[in-house]
Design a protein around this ligand. Structure first.
Ligand code: NAD
Length: 257
């Protein structure tokens, strides 16, 4: 008996086996959840397909989160196949490399818009599209991924920190809005892990080293640990929790000096 037998979920953000979204998928699947996955563009199709076909009953569809028509098509198809949705995972972020690397004051208008569209607004758009199917399930749980750079100025994180602040505020407003419909909305603030997206952050290797030295647990977090925390937030074990940002960072955020 799995904790999530009979439950269904959709995951945005698997690019490869190092993706946080894939670690979350493995934890959910282990507990019996049936999953749908999306991939961004043909470039990633093959690698995502290779991973997801191993999961029984899984569904795979293309979706660029900047396109409303693609979002609608995904939820129409997944809704029809699954009949309801219990969980939505948003593990998607992007900012143009120049806007991450330049001095923050040089952030461009176009870069700012794009980073917010992909990394923050998409959570609102995806949750809205999931709503009718979550209502059919009698409620649901939404989870997004964030980072400490939303709260404090972190060197090299720049524009992404501002987009994550918008994402975290969106978590709270969505949670307040949808709580009466028994839909919970939370985020995990993960410590640094070496993924494709992380490689876009200048000085990322130094960041990993610094976190491992300063965090109370004296190490970086493992992908599996993020997956297990996600499992908690997406399962009935966290039924009283909404609008929260849960740190899975070895305790790094509690340290002052
Ligand atoms: P990743 O590169 O594996 O995942 C990022 C995903 O975003 C990719 O699957 C990519 O295809 C997707 N994406 C980007 N633009 C998109 C678009 N327009 N439409 C659809 N999908 C799009 O890297 P990751 O580190 O697993 O990132 C997942 C999430 O975790 C992100 O929100 C990231 O900010 C967050 N996060 C990462 C770390 C870290 O250190 N890696 C720490 C805290 C939070």
């Amino acid at each position: 008996m799995g904790l999530l037998d009979g439950k269904t979920g959709i995951i945005f953000g698997v690019a490869n086996k190092r993706s946080i979204a894939w670690a979350i998928a493995q934890a959910l699947s282990r507990e019996g959840m049936r999953l749908a996955f999306t991939y961004q563009g043909e470039r990633l199709k093959e690698s995502v397909e290779e991973l997801t076909t191993r999961m029984d009953g899984s569904v795979l569809l293309p979706c660029d989160v900047t396109t409303d028509a693609e979002i609608e098509a995904v939820f129409r198809e997944v809704g029809e196949k699954f009949g309801k949705l219990d969980a939505l995972v948003h593990s998607v972020a992007f900012a143009p490399r120049e806007d991450l690397e330049n001095e923050f004051v040089k952030t461009t208008r176009d870069g700012f818009k794009l980073a917010h569209d992909i990394s923050a607004y998409s959570l609102v758009g995806l949750t809205r599209a999931a709503l009718p199917w979550m209502e059919k399930a009698g409620g649901g749980s939404v989870l997004a991924m964030t980072y400490y750079g939303a709260e404090k100025a972190v060197e090299g994180y720049n524009l992404m920190g501002v987009a994550k602040a918008a994402l975290e505020a969106s978590i709270r407003y969505l949670a307040a809005n949808l709580g009466p419909r028994n839909i919970r909305v939370n985020a995990i603030s993960a410590g640094p892990v070496n993924t494709l997206a992380a490689r876009g952050i200048k000085g990322f290797t130094g960041m990993l080293k610094h976190h491992a030295e300063k965090a109370p647990l004296r190490r970086n977090v493992e992908l599996e640990e993020i997956g297990n925390a996600a499992l908690f937030l997406l399962s009935p074990m966290s039924s009283g929790v909404t609008g929260e940002v849960l740190f899975v960072d070895g305790g790094y955020n509690i340290i002052g000096l």
